[in-house]
Design a protein around this ligand. Sequence first.
Ligand code: ADP
Ligand code: MG
Length: 342
Amino acid sequence: MPIQILPARLANQIAAGEVVERPASVVKELVENSLDAGATRIDIDIDKGGSRTIRIRDNGKGIPKDELGLALSRHATSKIATLDDLEAIASLGFRGEALASISSVSRLTLTSRTAEQEEAWAAYAEGRDMDVQLKPAAHPVGTTLEVLDLFFNTPARRKFLRTEKTEFGHIDELLKRIALSRMDVTINLRHNGKVVRQYRAANTQVQKERRLAAVCGQAFLDHALAVELSHGDLKLGGWICSPQGARAQNDIQYCYVNGRMMKDKLINHAIRQAYESSLAPDQYAAYVLFIDVDPHQVDVNVHPAKHEVRFHQARLVHDFICQGLQSALIEGAAEDAEQAMN
Ligand code: ADP
Ligand code: MG
């Protein structure tokens, strides 16, 4: 075969292999887009665990009509323009691949309206070259992404979808993670027409603790120690469980770096080490932690799904987290002892 440029749809389907593993990965990309667009309310409608319908509506800033085609194209983003921007990412997205990828493996419609526009427009990509069609639509300011029949044209991937219950479970878990990181945003989740979760925007400490209990359970809140520390540009906040609140599973371990959900080895190690002797080998710490660093000091462009980070000053970050949590645990124990005396 001679060398040839792949048709757009095929190239996008190949890229989709990296970011679109299952319905929950679609929900992750779309909700992150809504957050990047400044939405304060996001409504998520799922049918059949996401294999039939994923519909996400937000009240963010919307996309101008003349950019709708670009939004569906690969390597098109409004979030970075230069290498300097890439080295200090402030948004959740930046690869400009999600919509093009998802659209290549589903029937995707993008409907949007900006505050400057009188009317909304709906866009969808057709054929092997993914030519974008536009038609007028009715929509308030903001954006709706509708993704139907995920993987309908990639049967090998569709085969890997698990049961409706399992796929919905992944979506629910993902939204818990997001609900914790963005307590200021209202998030509603429906499955097969039924309301499953309603996270109302929380601004006061009481409201935040209510959301914390809604996601992590009252038992976590009852044993939670609040953490708030900083060291130069480094900040650590959130809640960790006292040793009495340790769990038999690692089911409450939420960690964010600059608002992005992470499963990072370095951070996990620092947390484990902080609890060291206070946990039995079969016990797990529970935590919801937010780490904020100067975006120049961290590389998020390590993994397409952005689960991992690379800290430039890894040792410093590790010790800051470990020592910070140790002192929170010691303070918590001192408070307990004081209460016991009174
Ligand atoms: P990325 O998020 O990496 O930029 P995407 O493919 O996810 O790439 O989205 C492409 C572009 O479409 C974004 O840069 C943004 O300008 C626009 N966009 C996508 N979703 C939304 C949304 N919900 N609201 C406003 N703009 C959006
Ligand atoms: Mg995106």
